[in-house]
Design a binder for this molecule. Structure first.
Ligand code: NAD
Ligand code: IPM
Ligand code: MN
Length: 369
């Protein structure tokens, strides 16, 4: 294998504004390292498509994505047009489940030059990975309403923690931690209050820890864990959490490191049975859409994560150029954040496109040997 096919799904709102910058940088990297990427642009999985057709995706969406190696995804959601649970369960959450992307890997890093809302923090103080369970847990549509419309109304929402689902995310996180310098894993829990699923999660974590004696494991309840993201961010190396807790930690972490506009994510099927999906952590940001001021770094960094994951595909003859392309994009992001154009979320007045162009220019011109 020498090339990959990418489904490009801009989605809604600023997804449509940051996607062109992500592609601009991917193209610059592809040219520089002679990588072949084929793009398939998808105009569904958006609330506009829903308005026209009454569903988020066409019935043959699987067939349409059949030849794709990865999905490059902007953001979905436009609550003024479509209720969020309808648009997200009809698109993003469907991809995560149907493609069994059970890992949501979300790096958090404080960069040189980025104003940090926490006092006295410098780059290096915040540098960790959130590993979020991505296919089950608190995210379900199981449950229902009883006695609807009466004073006795009751709503039940179920959670699902399977042994396979729990073990595979824990194993991935332990492996990841074992391969890092600090070999430290924080396991998020809430077994004091959530009395069925979380004690089970703790039990499985304890069992998994036995196989990784070299990893220091630190179990923390989610409430104090969020406090420590703010008060002691240096404590963290790899953090593993259930679907909902991981969702919350992956907005809080980037906010502690300046802005959610930088935060990337990789929705992975590590076994590569299905395409993986790469997207910013943030959403469609209706409040700033149309102004051209969204920070494109999260989208661009997500593209770099995609190249890195593709480059590790055993079917590839030589993954090195793909990994080098990832590293170069990261380097270009670091330089632009340190003293390049900045969007308003970082206190600047640059446009989305200015930042995308600056990063792409560096990817084309930086010295690499
Ligand atoms: P959001 O992430 O869209 O926005 C939250 C705040 O952060 C807003 O003030 C926004 O302006 C700001 N922001 C977000 N991304 C930014 C960027 N790149 N640059 C600068 N500022 C940025 O979250 P929300 O307002 O809760 O959700 C809006 C819609 O997006 C909803 O429909 C929601 O369901 C959806 N959503 C989708 C995804 C996704 O597709 N992965 C993720 C989160 C939210
Ligand atoms: C994210 C988003 C999604 C999630 C929403 C849009 C369903 O917030 O990717 O973090 O909760 O997983
Ligand atoms: Mn989220």
């Amino acid at each position: 294998k020498t090339s990959f096919r990418i489904a490009v799904i801009p989605g809604d709102g600023i997804g449509k504004e940051v996607m062109p910058e992500g592609l601009r940088v991917l193209e610059a990297a592809a040219e520089r390292f002679s990588l072949t990427l084929e793009y398939q642009t998808i105009d569904w999985a958006s609330c506009d498509y829903y308005e026209q057709t009454g569903s988020m995706m066409p019935a043959d969406w699987r067939e349409q994505l059949a030849g794709c190696d990865a999905l490059y995804f902007g953001a979905v959601g436009w609550p003024a047009k479509v209720p969020d649970h309808v648009s997200l369960w009809g698109s993003l959450l469907k991809f995560r489940r149907e493609f069994d992307q059970y890992i949501n890997l979300r790096p958090v890093r404080l960069f040189e030059g980025v104003p940090c809302p926490l006092a006295n923090r410098k780059p290096g103080d915040i540098d960790f990975l959130v590993v979020r369970e991505n296919t089950e847990g608190e995210y379900t549509s199981l449950g229902g309403r009883m006695f609807e419309g009466t004073e006795r109304e009751v709503v039940i929402q179920e959670s699902v923690f399977s042994r396979i689902g729990t073990d595979r995310v824990l194993r991935y996180a332990f492996e990841l931690a074992a391969g890092r310098a600090r070999k430290h894993l924080t396991v998020a829990t809430k077994s004091n209050g959530i009395a069925v699923s979380m004690p089970y999660w703790d039990e499985r974590a304890e069992e998994m820890a036995r196989h990784y004696p070299g990893v220091a494991t630190d179990r923390q309840h989610i409430d104090i864990l969020t406090a420590r993201f703010v008060l002691q961010p240096t404590r963290f190396d790899v953090v593993v959490a259930s679907n909902l807790f991981g969702d919350i930690l992956s907005d809080l972490g980037p906010a502690c490191a300046g802005t959610i506009g930088l935060a990337p994510s990789a929705n992975l099927d590590p076994e590569r049975r299905f395409p993986s999906l790469f997207e910013p952590v943030h959403g469609s940001a209706p409040d700033i859409y149309g102004k051209g001021i969204a920070n494109p770094v999260a989208m661009i960094w997500s593209g770099a994560l995609m190249l890195d994951f593709l480059g590790r595909d055993p079917a590839l003859a030589d993954g090195t150029p793909w990994l080098r392309a990832h590293d170069l994009i990261l380097r270009a992001i670091e330089i632009v954040l340190a003293d390049g154009p900045r969007t308003p979320d970082l206190g600047g007045d640059a446009k989305t496109e200015d930042v995308g162009r600056a990063i792409a220019r560096l990817v084309r011109t930086l010295d690499i040997d």
